[in-house]
Design a protein around this ligand. Structure first.
Ligand SMILES: [Zn+2]
Length: 357
């Protein structure tokens, strides 16, 4: 992703923590052969009053207790309990510093109860306002209210129909993290529904363990187009894009693979936007008296426009435009004759019509 979310967005995680404590209490009672207590005593005392009326939660925690008691082997129950903890070590899992058992590796007798409980718990985050609070914290701090997974989708303001909230570690695989804010990330609709889906971030298609960004703790990733050929792309006049990322880390590969970033940038934004961006450059240059009559003037115009693009941040794909004009400027500085001639003609006020790709 292009930038991280503020860690403060995960602080109001009381419901997840309460639920995990309750599950651990169920395990302790089953292991000690104690009876299940009257509701809501299975919950930590601090949250009993708040959650007493949540009968759906009551029924599902009790169903979990019933299912767990079907596991007569203590080692089976211990494997489930380990997964409760390990599936929630989100940052460590994503950094490949630890592993966890997926649901499919746990005894089948517990599956339905786990899925039912944690699906319900996730839905409760909306009722408890935790989901909206998290989104508002993120919305207020995210530059230009842009989806950081692609940089091209806008988030709508709090109060609008809710944005997708992605289970970063898919809940079908790692259900014990389904209500953990550290595993829940607002995401643009396209990123969520067309690309990420229920992809397992921890393993690639060949089953090899991989690393991925932890959304609540990582820095910025830049898009670099410097090595693109300014011509000979999808048409002879369009650049042959080479998209690089700075810094390039193993997590970038996972991000690009899962969200199809290079493919989307080339197809949907760079090829699509190039012509309009050249016209923007031309119109700006003519309005502001920039001349492309000499190589030095051309490079100066490109440098200035690149700077304007950079200053506009993430909105309206300005970060991609900045990378485009940086690439064009570098090629001009390096003496690319065909490109210089094309841009000279583009900026020349006496040229009535220049064919722009
Ligand atoms: Zn997106």
């Amino acid at each position: 992703m292009l930038f991280g979310y503020p860690p403060t967005a995960t602080q109001n995680n009381w419901f997840h923590e309460c639920l995990i404590q309750a599950i651990k209490e169920v395990h302790a009672r089953v292991d000690a052969q104690q009876l299940y207590p009257p509701w809501p005593q299975i919950l930590p005392a601090a949250y009993q009053a708040t959650l007493r009326s949540r009968r759906g939660l009551r029924d599902r925690i009790q169903a979990y207790d019933v299912a767990l008691r079907q596991l007569v082997s203590q080692s089976q129950r211990a494997a489930v309990l380990a997964a409760v903890t390990d599936q929630n070590r989100i940052a460590e899992l994503l950094a490949n510093n630890c592993n966890c058992a997926a649901l499919s590796a746990l005894p089948a007798a517990i599956h339905a109860a786990v899925v039912s409980l944690f699906d319900f718990a996730f839905e409760l985050l909306t009722d408890l306002n935790i989901r909206d609070d998290q989104f508002k914290t993120i919305y207020d701090e995210v530059p230009d209210h842009i989806c950081p997974f692609c940089g091209t989708e806008y988030f709508e303001a709090p109060g609008a129909p809710r944005e997708a909230l992605d289970h970063y570690l898919a809940k079908s695989l790692y259900p014990f993290a389904a209500a953990n804010l550290k595993n829940l990330v607002p995401m643009g609709h396209k990123c969520n529904s067309n690309y990420k889906l229920a992809t397992d971030l921890l393993y690639d298609d060949s089953g090899t363990r991989r690393v991925a960004f932890y959304p609540y703790n990582h820095g910025k990733i830049g898009v670099v187009l410097d090595c693109s050929d300014p011509f000979n792309g999808s048409t002879p006049e369009k650049p042959n894009w080479q998209i690089d990322f700075d810094p390039y880390t193993p997590a970038v590969l996972t991000w690009d693979t899962v969200f199809h970033i290079q493919e989307r940038y080339k197809r949907d934004h760079l090829d699509e936007g190039y012509k309009a961006w050249l016209w923007e450059f031309r119109n700006w240059a003519r309005r502001s008296g920039q001349r492309g009559d000499t190589d030095a003037n051309l490079v100066y115009a490109l440098t200035t426009f690149e700077q304007i693009c950079s200053e506009n941040g993430m909105r309206d794909k300005w970060f991609l435009k900045a990378a485009v004009f940086r690439m064009l400027r570098l090629h001009c500085e390096n003496g690319h004759q065909r490109l210089k001639q094309f841009l000279h003609d583009l900026l020349d006020p006496s040229t009535a019509a220049v064919t722009v790709p």
